[in-house]
Design a protein around this ligand. Structure first.
Ligand SMILES: *Cc1c(COP(=O)(O)O)cnc(C)c1O
Length: 381
């Protein structure tokens, strides 16, 4: 197989030391007490990165598990749940709410713009009888970053606990779980953590625990029940056998982040994202969003007359580079450049922009601007 270069907004590039850590010998995680120490220590490190003293767990299952588990654990039949929607994942929460018998109430807004916090406040002043609210930090299909630092405290003012899907933002963007009053924060290993796909990260506040424990109707299901984790360490009992190799790799990725320093990681993402946005517009693409640009992914519309899918196919077939299209209402309309985790590095971005430039020229696009050069110019200025 010819080597492929991936620049998707998750899964992203995985560093060699993470791949190697996954190949190390492992123990029986159910029985070997050392593994409980290793697991707990890894969870605490993640909690530190997320600015929280809340319980932090690593679940075996891709990020969607976290979304479903949060809704399964909080929703009782008939509950009104506020679904804050300005993108595909935002809207998608309504399906999980419905599966567990809840009644999703949509707060939908312009998908090219961040959630307007003042407008949300006006909405809540009229209606705030919700069991909990869901909101997406970075809605990946459109690259839309929402202002969690304002949205969650606002909902708390109205006594509403929050579930935040930060799968595509966590680590690439600041997330201060305790300061921002996030009750359940969700992440995934394959996004800005830059580990392999397969793990969900979840933090649970006391308020969220209280809601889960004061239910009249028991939580439906076992794998998605978040209360089964609470005393795993004290009891030396995992609800199911942990994927020890996945966690070993993930732990290495966490250590990589800590060694670099979280502030440096954020700065790297921010600077790369800024230079990508500036240079790509100069080159002739249009940014999909009007504001709320995530530092983990840039979503662009091609210049007039060129099809996003044609560009993506050509880049893949001729150069073995995999960029992402999008889905749902954005299908065929945009190109997404993932610059999260290991991909938020100048070498890797210069490479992909150079390839994109060559592909555009192959397809007949004419410009005097050299995209990779333009990126380097903005990046160093
Ligand atoms: C990647 C991602 C998930 C996990 O979903 P998959 O479609 O399985 O990759 C959940 N939420 C967001 C915002 C994501 O970007």
């Amino acid at each position: 197989m010819v080597k492929k270069y991936i620049y998707t907004p998750g899964p992203t590039n995985v560093r060699e030391n993470v791949r190697k850590a996954r190949s190390e010998e492992v123990t029986n995680p159910d029985i070997d007490e050392e593994f409980y120490e290793f697991y707990k220590d890894t969870c605490e490190k993640v909690g530190e990165l997320l600015g929280t003293k809340n319980d932090t767990f690593i679940l075996s299952g891709e990020g969607i598990l976290g979304l479903e588990a949060a809704c399964a654990s909080l929703t009782e039949p008939g509950d009104r749940v506020l679904v804050i929607d300005n993108g595909v994942f935002g809207e998608g929460f309504k399906d999980f709410v419905k599966i567990y018998g809840g009644q999703p109430i949509m707060y939908s807004s312009n998908r090219r713009e961040q959630i307007d916090v003042e407008d949300l406040r006006r909405f809540l002043e009229k209606d705030h009888d919700f069991k909990y609210a869901t909101v997406v930090h970075c809605d990946t299909p459109s690259g839309m970053l929402n202002n969690i630092s304002l949205i969650c405290p606002l909902l708390k003012e109205f006594g509403i606990i929050t579930v935040v899907d930060s799968v595509a933002a966590m680590i690439g963007e600041p997330l201060k779980v305790d300061d921002w009053k996030v009750d359940i924060a969700l992440g995934g290993s394959q996004k800005a953590f830059s580990a392999e796909t397969g793990l969900t990260i979840v933090t649970i506040s006391q308020d969220a625990y209280e809601v889960m424990k004061s239910r009249a109707v028991p939580i439906i299901g076992f794998y998605c029940n978040l209360t089964i984790w609470e005393n795993y360490y004290k009891n030396k009992w995992f609800p199911y056998t942990m994927s020890a190799s996945d966690i070993k790799g993930f732990r290495r990725a966490v250590d990589n982040i800590m060694e670099e320093g979280l502030d440096n990681v954020h700065k790297r993402h921010r600077e790369i994202a800024y230079a990508v946005r500036r240079s790509i517009q100069e080159y002739g693409f249009t940014l999909y969003a009007h504001n709320g640009y995530s530092s983990t992914v840039t979503v662009i519309e091609p210049p007039k007359g060129l099809s996003a899918d044609k560009i993506l196919d050509h880049i893949r077939d001729k150069y073995n580079v995999i960029l992402a299209g999008s889905f749902d209402y954005l299908s065929g309309k945009v190109i997404r450049i993932g610059h999260m985790g290991e991909n938020a590095n100048i070498d890797r971005i210069v490479f992909v922009l150079h390839i994109l430039d060559m592909a555009m020229r192959d397809l007949g696009y004419r410009t005097n601007i050299k995209l990779a050069e333009e990126f380097k110019r903005v990046f160093s200025s």
